[in-house]
Ligand binder design. Structure first.
Ligand code: KG4
Ligand code: ZN
Length: 363
């Protein structure tokens, strides 16, 4: 089955052709990023995002089909992100996909963006494909949540942020310390510099960090975003606010902060919180493997630490390749396939929604 998929929920317009035939093969995955445009404003401007999607979507569809060496007549299924996200941005993809499906008489399925991110763990190729049941972390600019993936189409939230998302917090704090939007990647690199500086070790810097003098520096103490209430929930706004106050304190005292050591400290608290809650989730749900998806799953320190968590629990870990961590349409195609198998077809009345639809686990 040949699937053409679209993603336009935020600031990346993407079209992809994926073949589903006893596993998935990504034939093309074209991503038109608007990052340069939004960087001028330090964050995504929804109006501008919608217009940029409108300009890009036809072109990238041609590109995706051409790279896959297919035409619309080869396509058996169209999948599109319908929620959650920026409503104006989502509507561009949804309308385009609907028009294409109706005009060419191709079945259409709507895909939840977060289910799509998690489905990027199905695209790893032979021997590297997640199989439910598993625990999944979705960590992006808009989400930080832990899911129990009971089947390809049945997911339940078991833990979530009560306020900000981890990616948004990296972007915000990164911006304050002079890293251009989106700050995640730059933050990752700066933190590495800080960890190495703190430990003098270029390889095992993360593991040795807690014993370093930099970690013990009282001026740099930051709170953990892992809520200490036995839940699997987070609060990133507490960490963010404490970090802003810390930066102000340095400024008021006329002391220049060591940006690298600060980035390392911030990253350490964020990563350890995720490690702690994923560890608790694996204890709570025996027999479940582990997946990590979303833009923040590209974070090198998080990848390394979560690999340890999986090993300690004796479970398999699936993390998408770096190109599939951020927003892309190949992941939407993969989830779209399972929605199709379930028979969850959309028709020409399909609408977009800004809202999350994945339900909380009932305990
Ligand atoms: O999944 P995504 O592309 O879009 C959303 O659905 O939000 O995630 C984007 C987020 C941004 O906040 C970006 O700063 C963050 O992922 N990000 C990272 C890294 N690469 C991207 N955060 C931490 N470390 C990274 N290496
Ligand atoms: Zn995303």
């Amino acid at each position: 089955m040949n699937i053409l998929a679209f993603e336009s929920s935020c600031d990346e317009t993407s079209a992809s052709v994926v073949v589903a035939n006893r596993g998935f093969k990504v034939k093309s995955n074209i991503i038109a990023s608007q990052v340069e445009t939004h960087r001028l404003y330090g964050g995504v401007v929804p109006e501008i995002a919608s217009r940029a999607h409108t300009e890009a979507i036809s072109r990238i569809t041609y590109e995706a089909l051409a790279e896959a060496e297919m035409t619309l007549s080869d396509i058996d299924l169209i999948a599109v992100t319908a929620n959650p996200g920026l409503i104006g941005a989502l509507l561009v993809g949804v309308n385009f996909a609907k028009a294409l499906a109706v005009a060419n008489d191709i079945p259409l399925v709507a895909v939840d963006h977060i289910k799509g991110h998690i489905a990027s763990c199905y695209l790893g190729g032979k021997g590297n494909v997640a199989k439910p049941p598993f625990i999944a972390l979705a960590a992006s600019g808009g989400h930080t949540a832990i899911y129990r993936v009971a089947s390809h189409t049945e997911l339940y939230i078991v833990g979530t942020t009560r306020d900000d998302a981890i990616g948004e917090s990296f972007d915000k704090i990164g911006r304050i310390i002079g890293i251009p939007y989106p700050a995640g990647r730059g933050f990752d690199a700066l933190a590495k510099e800080g960890f190495i500086k703190a430990t003098g070790d270029e390889i095992n810097f993360y593991d040795k960090y807690k014993k370093s003098a930099a970690y013990k520096d009282k001026e740099m103490i930051l709170p953990s975003p892992a809520l200490a209430d036995g839940s699997l929930d987070f609060s990133f706004s507490g960490l963010k606010t404490a970090a802003i106050n810390l930066l102000h304190r340095y400024e008021q005292n006329g002391v220049e902060i060591d940006r690298a050591l600060f980035a390392a400290r911030y990253t350490y608290e964020a990563v350890e919180a995720v490690a702690k809650k994923l560890s608790m989730a694996l204890d709570r749900y025996p027999g479940h493997d582990l997946c990590m998806a979303g833009g923040v799953a590209a974070n090198s320190h998080l990848r390394r630490r979560i690999a340890q968590v999986a090993k300690e629990h004796g479970v398999n870990l699936f993390i998408p390749s770096l190109d599939l961590c951020g927003d892309n349409a190949a992941m939407i195609a993969a989830q779209g396939y399972y929605e199709y198998k379930k028979g969850a077809f959309a028709d020409s009345s399909l609408n977009a929604s800004a809202l999350d639809t994945i339900e909380a686990e009932r305990t």
